[in-house]
Design a protein around this ligand. Structure first.
Ligand code: GTP
Ligand code: MG
Length: 439
């Protein structure tokens, strides 16, 4: 489990600015796919070397009023967090809403670090003076915009986090599969189907009860573990209410998995939230398979249309298998596992340098790179820089001007040549004669 850090505070104090600064350079080098909804409120970040899930929250409590809907979001963000940064604005000074937020966090028993933003150009003591009244020790004076004090803040946050809880160990030879999806799409039904169907899947710890090693099973001789999203702890300081999409939970599950099954409701097609979940799995580079569930409930006369619509919506995901399934009836549910395992196998493949360079040469012959200032962008040399997902490092000249569409084209060529299924392929471009120098 990764620790979760929420950035909270009134509107306009600079939460999103701080979020963006702490998020830093996106780890992912997956090309941006047109049509993907990206989540700008959650990200994986590294604070003083510690990996965390960072959550940006909407501003609450303007003028001491609590907008009910926003407050609900605020409470849920806190309930899922290990620690909150309460951000205030030194220019506006202490506001009733700051006091309300601090009071509420105290009630909720939430660990809080206070940061006084927009403090550039004045001594720390002056910035923080009136905020001592909030009763939160050691306020930080920062400028999210300029970066002043942000490193110290990040260190303080990292230092205040609980010791790392155990995550599933990557090297136990088990393939870890997460099932994520919006509420009520049928995740639990699918999990039960996998774990209950003894003919199909033999759980390999005979005699162990479901609560001790509940989610290990064997599929086609392959030891697997279902990453249990339902069991991913909700920090139950407040009643979470009816099941809602928790991006934080989904991120925790993605983090622990080798492959992700995104389950959606075929009757509704790929909704914006489904696309958001897909983008989170892609950003993390996980092997991916899509299950269009409740297929048994799509009237036969409507299936062709629903199918076309899904294919159109998910066209950008050309490398991921899409299966029409019914978790309830057991239709095609093993295909999801087949695809997940195939995706992990593809993601782990060795891609020999000679063949990669042949792919690169042919790709550029058949489709010339664009020109930049009269000269073509050059792509000279490729090698594999990593696995799970495959990372292809390409060295050349002026590579930072290569359009995303060309990057996607290269990824597609690599995938088709090597027959990779179910995994994104990352392309990292470098400019410079020294292959190991960053552009
Ligand atoms: N001078 C100064 N301005 C800042 C700083 N941080 C943010 N701002 C500005 O404050 C304004 C609000 O910043 P946001 O990051 O959008 O604030 P927010 O808290 O996310 O706002 P909501 O999400 O609407 O609640 C923007 O104009 C920022 O450029 C800072 O450190 N110094
Ligand atoms: Mg914001």
């Amino acid at each position: 489990m990764l620790p979760v850090v929420a950035i909270t505070g009134r509107p306009n104090v600079g939460k999103s600015t701080l979020f963006n600064r702490l998020a830093g350079k996106r780890e992912a080098l997956v090309a941006d796919y047109p049509g993907l909804t990206r989540d700008r409120r959650h990200c994986l970040a590294r604070l003083a070397g510690r990996r965390v899930i960072l959550v940006d929250t909407p501003g609450v409590g303007e003028g001491g009023d609590w907008d009910e809907a926003l407050r609900g979001q605020f409470e849920r963000a806190l309930a899922e967090s290990d620690l909150a940064v309460l951000l205030t604005d030194s220019r506006q000074g202490l506001c009733p809403a700051d006091e309300a937020a601090a009071g509420w966090m105290r009630e909720a028993g939430c660990a809080v670090i206070l940061a006084v933003n927009k403090s550039e150009g004045q001594p720390r003591e002056i910035s923080v003076a009136e905020f001592h009244a909030l009763g939160i020790p050691d306020p930080h004076a920062i400028s999210a915009l300029r970066g002043d004090g942000v490193t110290l803040l990040a260190e303080a946050v990292a230092g205040a986090l609980p010791a790392g809880a155990a995550t599933l160990d990557a090297d136990q030879g088990r393939t870890r599969i997460a099932i994520i999806g919006r509420p009520n799409v049928g995740k639990s039904t699918l999990v039960n189907r996998y774990l209950g169907e003894e003919r199909m899947l033999v759980r390999d710890q005979a005699g162990t009860t479901r609560d001790s090693v509940p989610l290990d099973f064997e599929y086609g001789g392959e030891p697997c573990t279902l990453v249990d999203t339902a069991g991913i702890r909700r920090r139950a300081r407040v009643d979470p209410g009816p099941e809602r999409l928790s991006v934080t939970q989904a991120l925790q599950a993605i983090e622990q998995a080798d492959a992700v099954i995104v389950l959606l409701d075929a009757r509704e097609g790929a909704t914006e939230q489904d696309l958001r979940l897909i983008s989170l799995a892609l950003d993390r580079g996980r092997a991916l398979v899509i299950g269009a569930n409740q297929w048994d409930r799509v009237p036969a006369s409507d299936r062709a249309r629903v199918n076309d619509e899904l294919a159109r919506q998910l066209k950008f995901l050309d490398f991921a298998d899409l299966h029409r399934v019914s978790a309830l009836r057991g239709w095609s549910v093993t295909k999801l596992l087949d695809s997940a395992l195939a995706g992990v196998e593809s993601a782990s493949r060795d891609l020999p340098t000679g063949q990669l360079n042949a792919v690169l040469r042919r790709a550029v012959e058949e489709h010339a790179t664009p020109r930049r200032g009269g000269r073509r962008i050059r792509l000279n040399y490729a090698h594999q820089g990593g696995k799970r997902p495959p990372l292809i490092v390409i060295h050349g000249r002026q590579t930072k001007h290569l359009p995303d569409s060309f990057r996607r084209y290269l990824a597609r060529r690599v995938r088709t040549t090597f027959g990779l299924r179910g995994t994104p392929v990352r392309i990292e471009l470098r400019t410079g004669s020294n292959p190991y120098k960053e552009s």
